[in-house]
Design a protein around this ligand. Structure first.
Ligand SMILES: O=C(O)CCC(=O)C(=O)O
Length: 263
């Protein structure tokens, strides 16, 4: 998939691009079938909700231990646009599956940018990183969609105070104060990312985003493939492989049909 100039300009302006149904139903089914195994892993790469150890908050690194997710991470439909947006070759800094289970088990995400911990802990020099957000389930108005503040990446680092959880568990990354949220939201509004399973949003890593807890009965999983420009490789070594991948080899797009072949 090749982005045109207008799409690249839109990303540079609004900080994200949204493609409903970029993956088809067969590809989504292959990914969905993997989710239970991923969530049942017992390693430190799987982080549970603080107040409910039965619920997974996020699972890092599935592109390493799951063939379908490895295949997803190298799909030309993801890598080619990200390379255009970052004007460079890319590697995967980290991947995170947020299963966001229903019945209130999938907790809220306070407003945050993703770049601060990558910069302050992992030593990522510039915010030249894109979260490719792939919907594993339908994301609707009732399943607590991801909310973004369009254009907020232009404000740079909004807050450099890292939350205690940022290093170890990788969530509750840092807090944006209410006045900042109010100012930015008054300026450019808040957009919900809504679409069927298989939709993809390419989001700049300094876009302010968050979500409410999911009180619907339906799971709302998204996997975030966080691609970094090769020329922007991280210098830090503190965090483990699943949070700060040290292999900066440029990703080569695989066959665009590789997920369908697994169906
Ligand atoms: O998927 C969500 O609800 C929010 C996830 C998020 O903000 C993140 O992983 O940085």
């Amino acid at each position: 998939m090749k982005l045109d100039d207008a799409q690249i300009a839109e990303f540079d302006d609004r900080g994200y691009l949204f493609f409903p149904g970029l993956l088809d139903g067969d590809e989504v089914a292959v990914l969905q079938a993997e989710v239970p195994d991923i969530l049942s892993r017992q390693g430190p790469e799987v982080v549970r909700e603080k107040d409910d150890q039965t619920a997974v908050r996020l699972a890092f690194g599935s592109h390493v231990y799951s063939d379908p997710f490895r295949c997803l991470s190298t799909l030309p439909r993801l890598i080619d646009p990200v390379r255009q947006l970052l004007r460079d070759d890319v590697y995967l800094h980290q991947s995170r599956l947020n299963p966001k289970p229903g019945f209130g088990q999938g907790g809220a995400w306070d407003w945050h940018q993703d770049y601060p911990p990558w910069h302050l802990i992992d030593g990522m020099p510039e915010p030249a990183c894109v979260m490719a957000s792939i919907f594993i389930d339908d994301c609707t108005a009732v399943t607590s969609p991801l909310l973004v503040v369009p254009g907020s990446q232009h404000h740079g680092l909004l807050d450099s105070k890292l939350h205690d959880d940022a290093k170890g568990r990788g969530y509750a990354l840092h807090n944006i104060d209410s006045a900042t949220l109010e100012r930015l939201a008054e300026e450019s509004g808040i957009a919900p990312l809504i679409g069927p399973a298989g939709s993809v949003a390419f989001v700049h890593c300094n876009v302010l985003h968050g979500s409410a807890n999911n009180i619907s009965p339906w799971r709302r999983a998204i996997i975030y493939m966080n691609y970094n420009a090769v020329g922007n490789a991280c210098t830090g070594t503190e965090r483990p492989w699943y949070q700060n991948n040290r292999d900066f080899t440029p990703l080569q797009p695989l066959d665009d049909g590789c997920l369908r072949d697994l169906a």
